[in-house]
Design a protein around this ligand. Structure first.
Ligand code: PGA
Length: 249
C-alpha cells in the first residue's frame, strides 16, 4: 500500500512571521500520522517554518531549486542550501514556473536529477491546458512531460519520486477536475512509469492530484486507486487544510 502524501503549495504567500503563525495554527489540525504532510513554502520561510514545525508531523519543503550545485546564478537556491537545513521535498516544474519563469521539460529533468543526487524528493508537476484537453491530447501531452522529466533517472530513484498531476485549467480557478478525469490521467501516468521502468516502480511511485482541491473534494479524489494524495494551493493557507489532511477520518 502506498502511503498518501498531502502537500501544501504556499506559492508567493506568507511573510516569515506570517509563516510561523500559520504553521502554529495548522499544526494541531494536520496531525494525521497515517499520511505524509508537507508544507512547500517560499525559500525565505523555510527556516522559520521548520522551527515552528519542530516536534510535529509537518515536513517543510521548497517550491523550487536550481539544477547546478553552486556558482554565479544570482537569486537561485541550490540543492545543498536546502539539504543543509533539512529540506526533504521540493516542488519541480509547477505550471506557474513553466509559464512565468520559462521552465521547460528539459530544465525539469535537470532539476529532478539534481534533487535525487542530493537525496531530496522531487514533487514533479505535470498538467495540460484547457486547449489541450479540448483538443483531446491530454494523455499524449502528459506522457511527453513524464518521459522527459524521468530521462536518465534510475528506477530506484523513480520509486521515491512524487508526481503531481495538475490540470492547468483547474489551478486556482475553483474548477476541480472530476474524480473520473483525475483518476484517468493519474492511471495513465502510472502506466507510463511502468513502460519506462517496470510494474514494481509504477506500483511504488506516488501520484498526487492538484487543482482546486478542497475539504469537500478531497475524500473522493484521494479514494481513487491511482491518486495517492494531493498538492494543494489556496486551501493550504487555511484551516481547511486540516480537513484535507484528515480526509480519511
Ligand atoms: P490550487 O493550486 O489548489 O489553488 O488550485 C494548486 C497548485 O497550484 O499546486
Amino acid at each position: 500500500m502506498r502511503r498518501k502524501i498531502i502537500a501544501g503549495n504556499w506559492k508567493m504567500n506568507m511573510t516569515p512571521s506570517e509563516a510561523v503563525q500559520l504553521v502554529n495554527e495548522l499544526k494541531p489540525l494536520v496531525a494525521n500520522e497515517e499520511v505524509d504532510v508537507v508544507f512547500c513554502v517560499p525559500a525565505i520561510d523555510i527556516i522559520p517554518a521548520m522551527e515552528a514545525a519542530k516536534g510535529s508531523n509537518i515536513n517543510i519543503g521548497a517550491e523550487n531549486m536550481y539544477f547546478e550545485d553552486k556558482g554565479a546564478f544570482t537569486g537561485e537556491i541550490s540543492p545543498a542550501m536546502l539539504t543543509d537545513v533539512g529540506v526533504k521535498y521540493v516542488v519541480i516544474g509547477h505550471s506557474e514556473r513553466r509559464e512565468y519563469f520559462a521552465e521547460t521539460d528539459e530544465t525539469v529533468n535537470k532539476k529532478v536529477k539534481k534533487a535525487f543526487e542530493y537525496g531530496i524528493t522531487p514533487i514533479i508537476c505535470c498538467g495540460e491546458s484547457l486547449a489541450q484537453r479540448e483538443q483531446g491530447v491530454t494523455i499524449d501531452f502528459i506522457r511527453q512531460q513524464i518521459k522527459i522529466a524521468f530521462l536518465d533517472v534510475t528506477a530506484e530513484q523513480a520509486k521515491k519520486a512524487v508526481i503531481a498531476y495538475e490540470p492547468i485549467w483547474a489551478i486556482g480557478t475553483g474548477k476541480v477536475a472530476t474524480t473520473e478525469q483525475a483518476q484517468e490521467v493519474c492511471k495513465a501516468i502510472r502506466e507510463c512509469i511502468a513502460e519506462i521502468y517496470d510494474d514494481a516502480t509504477a506500483e511504488e511511485i506516488r501520484i498526487q492530484y492538484g487543482g482546486s482541491v478542497s475539504a469537500s473534494s478531497a475524500p473522493e479524489l484521494f479514494a481513487q486507486p491511482d491518486i495517492d494524495g494531493g498538492l494543494v494551493g489556496g486551501a493550504s493557507l487555511k484551516p481547511d487544510f486540516g480537513s484535507i489532511v484528515n480526509y480519511n477520518k
